[in-house]
Design a protein around this ligand. Structure first.
Ligand code: AMP
Ligand code: MG
Length: 408
């Protein structure tokens, strides 16, 4: 029985749990989902400090200072960033202070150099600061106890920087899944090796490993396994040790040499048609003692890519503790007519463009529907989605588009 892509994705996601989180060094956490609510243990700023190079003063003591009527104060010392040598400012005095240096108690404003004669023993102040001017107060940015990063946040450089400023060397985050990619096909050769008219280069293991890596996984490309169930099972067995998820390419349709299906269907992996084009033959299940999830994708390069986008990407995101959505989905007006088979959701390759105003989006089909057209796949910047019940769309029709890299 045929199932829809949405039903199939829901079935897969229902079977996949986020991986266990553990404390990881900050730099390893970039791009990972935070697995704790991080509350600040310390305030930011950590202490009252100067926002300028200048003089710490009591603002009331330099009232009405002007170029004509400057106020002269003795300078009792100098405080640099990282120095805590002058803890209190005596009344009737100023202290030289640098940006980031702790403000001595008693001081309530900083007069920048530009408003003074930069004196060393005495300073002439030619303008009165407001109360608190150029002072950065403890906790004005982040207070102790503030929630600074919520559980589930995907950590970007700004979060990494903030966590470091709060003194966190590690944070609980969900790890990157280790993804093993195996391509099958006796016709396949490694790039760099000679090919004849009986052989082709293995593109899919590169395509899929790159896609997995871009999704945040650690991808291991196993390379080529010939169309022999024994060789395939041996390669799979070898790889399961280091895999949180396995992707295979090829050997899942109705042919005589459909090695993946032949080897894994008897081992409980589900194989069946999904109502989509390309990507109709699919397989998903669990293998080995660790019951590692395995995705068995069809061998045509465009089919394997569309299958990855529809099913593997959401699963990887779920493993990583992220929302399992696919690519950003927008609508655009078709520039050319397209046809689509009845009863199957079609994913055509498209070129998505915004007009100069940025308000109107258009999408043109790129190449034909053939699932071997990897040249067109590479020049496209979106997948154009034609629903199951639609067989023809005219120019001007509004269609759903999944934006790929290069759409912006
Ligand atoms: P299969 O799903 O194994 O029947 O393969 C379908 C088509 O995709 C055939 O024309 C294969 O030669 C081609 N194909 C399979 N695997 C790859 C691969 N790794 N790279 C490029 N093309 C492939
Ligand atoms: Mg094959």
């Amino acid at each position: 029985m045929t199932i829809t892509p949405d039903e199939y994705r829901a079935r897969i996601l229902g079977d996949i749990e986020p991986m266990a989180a553990f404390p990881q060094p900050l730099m390893e956490c970039l791009g990972l989902a935070c697995a704790e609510d991080v509350h600040a243990d310390v305030p930011l700023p950590g202490f009252d400090n100067s926002a300028m190079d200048g003089y710490a003063v009591r603002y009331a003591e330099v009232a009405d200072a002007s170029a004509d009527r400057p106020v002269q104060l003795p300078v009792v010392g100098e405080i640099g960033a990282g120095q805590a040598n002058l803890l209190a400012l005596p009344p009737g005095a100023a202290a030289k202070i640098m940006t980031g240096a702790p403000l001595p108690t008693g001081a309530d404003a900083v007069v920048p150099y530009e408003w003074t004669d930069r004196g060393v023993a005495q300073v002439r102040i030619e303008q009165q600061p407001d109360e608190g001017q150029h002072v950065r107060y403890a906790g004005e940015d982040v207070a102790v106890g503030d929630l600074v990063v919520a559980e589930g946040t995907v950590l970007v450089p700004r979060h990494v920087g903030l966590l470091a400023c709060l003194g966190r060397a590690r944070v609980a985050a969900r790890p990157r899944p280790r993804v093993v990619v195996i391509s099958t096909g006796s016709e396949l050769r490694e790039p760099g090796q000679p090919v004849g008219h009986d052989s082709i280069y293995d593109g899919n293991s590169f395509l899929l490993a790159a896609a997995a890596r871009q999704a945040g996984a650690i991808a291991y490309r196993v390379g080529i396994v010939p169309d022999s169930p024994r060789d395939f099972l041996a390669a799979l067995e070898d790889q399961l040790l280091r895999a949180d998820l396995v992707i295979t390419s090829g050997g899942v349709s109705m042919g005589d040499y459909d090695v993946v299906k032949e080897a894994l269907a008897p081992r409980g992996v589900w194989f069946g048609p999904v109502a989509m084009q390309p990507g109709k033959p699919q397989g998903f299940g669990r293998v080995g003692t660790e019951q590692v999830p395995i995705f068995c994708l069809p061998g045509n390069p465009v089919s394997s890519f569309v299958s990855f986008e529809n099913f593997v990407l959401p699963a990887l995101r779920r493993l990583m503790g992220m929302r399992p959505e696919m690519r950003p989905s927008v609508t655009a007006r078709l520039t050319h007519a397209v046809r689509s088979p009845k009863g199957r959701r079609q994913f055509l390759r498209g070129d998505y463009q915004l007009d100069a105003s940025g308000a109107h989006a258009a999408v043109s089909p790129v190449g034909g529907p053939g699932s071997h057209l990897i040249g067109d796949l590479a020049t496209a910047n979106c997948l154009l989605v034609v629903p199951e019940d639609v067989t023809e769309l005219e120019p001007g029709a509004e269609v759903d588009v999944l934006l790929l890299d290069g759409a912006f």
